[in-house]
Design a protein around this ligand. Structure first.
Ligand SMILES: Cc1ncc(COP(=O)(O)O)c(C=O)c1O
Length: 390
């Protein structure tokens, strides 16, 4: 029988349906979804506005190259203007986060004529070759070099290292405002300011990767906006299409105006269903006060996690992340805890080697958070009791 390559550890769980913050398995059991397909379903499963937009579009046309005009494209542009930083004036739509990162790197290379990049320890930017070059995890990189460009990995949140390493040979610096896969560390404003200053001094481009942290997940629209700096390029993906594969690379005027036809392209990028999904995603974000609700729920999550951490000091080192991009740093591999949670009706995932990551949809309720806290506490206590000396 044909086999799917198993790049991820299997969960041995068959999910058949999703609605809002929940999914159901084939036995009818409900789970609170804090996995959300690696953070994609931030707007909830089958968000009604996204479903409505995709359904309407299915009745009209499914394939249309971006070389043709459409009312839908104009509507999406008007909606994007409401959520994108004003200083960024040109965009391109792609299908995955990696592709959008790839374009950001190609643009920085082309605009500066340089081929050296700076990235950060524990950073994750995707798996295609250009994006993988910026991804730190040595096990993801093994056997794939040489990469298309040089990269130096600096310690995250180390402004001094940025000042030393970003010189006139650098094409760009790529950074996540909150590291997703790498362990949920949040950038300090001073660190992002140091990157901005060094990029200005060296003529390099500052690329902010908000594929995981963006679109309200951390309780502000774009997580970098907490710092007050303005990047040259912003990359987003995951939740912007409400569950449909859509990503975006957005650039400053000076970059957008210098790029000529042929510099990049994509067959499916910005196809009508993706545009409809993006339209639905942005409408949902604006019409249901998603960012504010994520900030409120994020506060509750933070308080709940602090309590779980203080009640389980033998298992938990501390609380990580911001808003609804949260986690617990454990003293051990989080895999058994993820299993325990799954058996109690919660789907979670890991980040880095020791962080249990929770990426729930914005509509998670106070009651869901309370129950999640009880299940976390119960799972950690069960595992601590099984440990030698526990
Ligand atoms: C910050 C960041 N950048 C890029 C990517 C790559 O996105 P994709 O898996 O859609 O290619 C991810 C995926 O997890 C991510 O978290």
């Amino acid at each position: 029988m044909l086999k799917l390559m198993s790049f991820y550890a299997p969960r041995n769980l068959k999910i058949v349906r999703g609605e809002g913050q929940y999914v159901w398995d084939d036995a009818g059991r409900r789970y609170l979804d804090c996995h959300t397909g690696h953070g994609v379903a931030f707007l909830g499963h089958r968000n009604p506005i996204v479903v409505e937009e995709i359904r309407n579009q299915l009745e009209k046309i499914m394939v249309l190259s971006p070389v043709f005009d459409s009312d839908l494209k104009d509507e999406v542009i008007r909606l994007l203007e409401k959520i994108l930083p004003r200083h960024l004036t040109h965009f391109y739509l792609l299908n995955s986060g990696s592709e959008a990162v790839e374009l950001s790197l190609k643009l920085a290379r082309r605009i500066t004529g340089r081929r050296r990049f700076i990235s950060f320890i524990n950073g994750f930017h995707g798996r295609t070759m250009g994006a993988l070059a910026m991804t730190w995890n040595p096990s993801y990189r093994r056997d794939y070099d040489p990469f298309p460009w040089e990269v130096e990995f600096l310690p995250y949140n180390d402004a001094g290292a940025v000042e030393r390493a970003v010189d006139e040979k650098a094409a760009g610096v790529i950074v996540e405002p909150v590291q997703g896969e790498g362990g949920l560390s949040a950038a300090t404003p001073e660190f992002l300011k140091a990157i901005r200053d060094r990029c200005d001094a060296a003529g390099a481009l500052m690329i902010i990767d908000e594929v995981q942290s963006g679109f309200g997940r951390t309780g502000v629209l774009w997580a970098y906006q907490r710092s007050g700096v303005e990047p040259d390029i912003l990359v987003a993906g995951k939740s912007i299409g409400g569950g449909f594969p859509v990503s975006i690379t957005v650039v400053r005027k000076e970059v957008g105006e210098k790029i000529e036809a042929g510099a990049h392209g994509s067959t499916h990028g910005g196809n009508p269903l993706a545009l409809a999904a993006l339209k639905g995603g942005i409408r949902a974000l604006l019409e249901d006060r998603v960012v504010e609700k994520a900030a409120e729920a994020g506060e509750l999550m933070g308080r709940m996690l602090e309590k779980v951490a203080s009640d389980n000091p033998e298992s938990v080192r501390g609380v990580r992340g911001l808003g609804l991009m949260r986690g617990l740093e454990l003293r051990w591999n989080p895999a058994p805890c993820i299993q325990e949670l799954q058996s109690r009706g919660v789907l979670a995932l890991r980040a880095g080697l020791t962080v249990l990551r929770l990426l729930p949809p914005y509509m998670i309720t106070g009651r869901d958070i309370e129950e999640l806290g009880e299940k976390l506490d119960d799972s950690l206590k069960t595992l601590a009791a099984k440990k030698p000396g526990g």
